[in-house]
Design a protein around this ligand. Sequence first.
Ligand code: BEZ
Ligand code: FE2
Length: 404
Amino acid sequence: MTIINPQYIYIDNHFQENLAVAFSDKIEAIDSLENLKEKYPNATIENGEKNSVLYPGFINTHVHLEFSANKTTLQYGEFMPWLDSVIANREELVGKCDNAMMMNECKAMMRSGITTFGAISSFGTELEVCMETPQKVLFFNELIGSNAATADMLYGDFLERLDASKKCGHGVIPAIAIHSPYSVHPIVLKRAVEVAKSEKLPISAHFLESQAEREWLEDSKGDFLEFFQKFFSTSIAVTTIDEFMQSFDDVPTHFTHAVQATKEELTYLAKHGHSIAHCPRSNRLLGCGRLPIEELIELNMPFTIATDGLSSNNSLNIFDELRAALMMHHLGPLENLANLLIKNITSTPAEIFNLNSGEIKVGKDADFALITLPDEAQSTQSIALQTILHTKEVERVYINGEAI
Ligand code: BEZ
Ligand code: FE2
């Protein structure tokens, strides 16, 4: 048994003082240090420093580890030139990205307090690393293929990867990712959604990331027309926005981006129990716009903050992402936003994916991120904001009670 005694503990979206936490691999008790010492006389005591804050381990719901080799290769600023640069450099980037490189990025995530992440896997090449890292991983096997002639073959490949992820254990949770409405044929999409539903697997899908995607799905026009003519000899989108959304009616899905979704579409998604992964830096770098989070808040729709991969970002540090979100979303009171952002990398993703973490509460997994503020916070309401502003790396991370 270990007892950790920081200055503040983030419990129920508030910062509490004069409490400590006793834990093994699970959280056993939350009480005053004196009471816990009496209850567990043989426990190891870890005193946090002055101004230390204990958070539940952070959850990054959307990352592409396979693209970790990108630093300066891909073209940023607009979506279509970026996608063209991905197609042109994909083989080289994925080829350069070995296990050591991906493990380094897992460690970088861990140094920012991420104890669970959602790996969107196009090829399955990061599976070994995901088994090796102490972090918990939602392993989203991605389905792609809009062309009817090759869709079956690609679906078979997807099922094989899904099977491999089901067999590995080691904190790897098998899951399904749909690449996007424009790149997945509706027939195989329906089959994959059926698998998620019948096997109760987490499911996620990129959705309405760019204006180009919207134009293509609405009218088979815009920047995607040339792209599809060039690479797939077709001039017609395989689905519509409504048809795509309706495919997920029975299965709560984590939709990534949704920057270009209308209020009506967001309302439809909220009504069907879906959630959003919001990747502010990726959206900015690919010229996709700003997700109107105030509409999600109004709809009471759960959303998470996620880094996306290094194919559209300059780090996988969750604090870098939170700082970007804080600066991008200028509407509404600042401290409220900071508190919401912390919730959106802890209890909100845990609830979306039914994880036994994301909260400091008896019975939850002992996954923690311990940080120390550089000076005294002037009020408990400002701690989330000051944490986001001042934390580059955490002091310590615990996963299932083990200090990493
Ligand atoms: C496809 O496989 O259909 C596809 C892949 C990437 C971008 C667009 C379409
Ligand atoms: Fe993504």
